[in-house]
Design a protein around this ligand. Structure first.
Ligand SMILES: [Zn+2]
Length: 129
């Protein structure tokens, strides 16, 4: 199974699906790519634990962009974490650092794209717990 990289093509696909570019959309992409790395397989299901409103839900479209066949279920909870499960039942949970969530929630709308590129450039260790 080849590894998927966060290419411009993938980013463009996400923006087309979602309608705009923002940090939470890119976090969804990054979480999905990390899940693939941890599972070594395509997930079948994803439980996204976060608040049931924007911009948290932008993350769900990021996940749907990478895994079109994956069912994304939202469970209401503070923070931003996703548990990906593959066909064999193996799972991987990825949590976004709360300091990062706070920072992007507070960012003004005009900084949205700038924040998105920042997420793209960040290392996994800067994004996830
Ligand atoms: Zn959005």
């Amino acid at each position: 199974m080849g590894c998927i990289v966060l290419s411009d093509e993938l980013l463009n696909k996400a923006v087309k699906l979602h309608g705009h570019l923002g940090p939470f959309l890119v976090l969804g992409l990054r979480m999905s790519l990390k899940a693939r790395e941890l599972l070594g397989d395509k997930p079948e299901k994803c439980v996204l634990e976060t608040l049931n409103c924007k911009p948290y839900l932008c993350t769900a479209d990021g996940i749907r962009t990478v895994y079109e066949e994956c069912t994304v279920e939202v469970q209401k909870r503070d923070g931003l974490a996703a548990t990906f499960v593959d066909s064999s039942g193996k799972s991987a949970t990825i949590s976004v650092k709360s300091s990062l969530i706070e920072r992007y929630i507070k960012a003004p709308w005009e900084k949205c794209e700038e924040c998105a590129y920042e997420v793209m450039r960040s290392h996994d260790s800067q994004l996830f717990e």
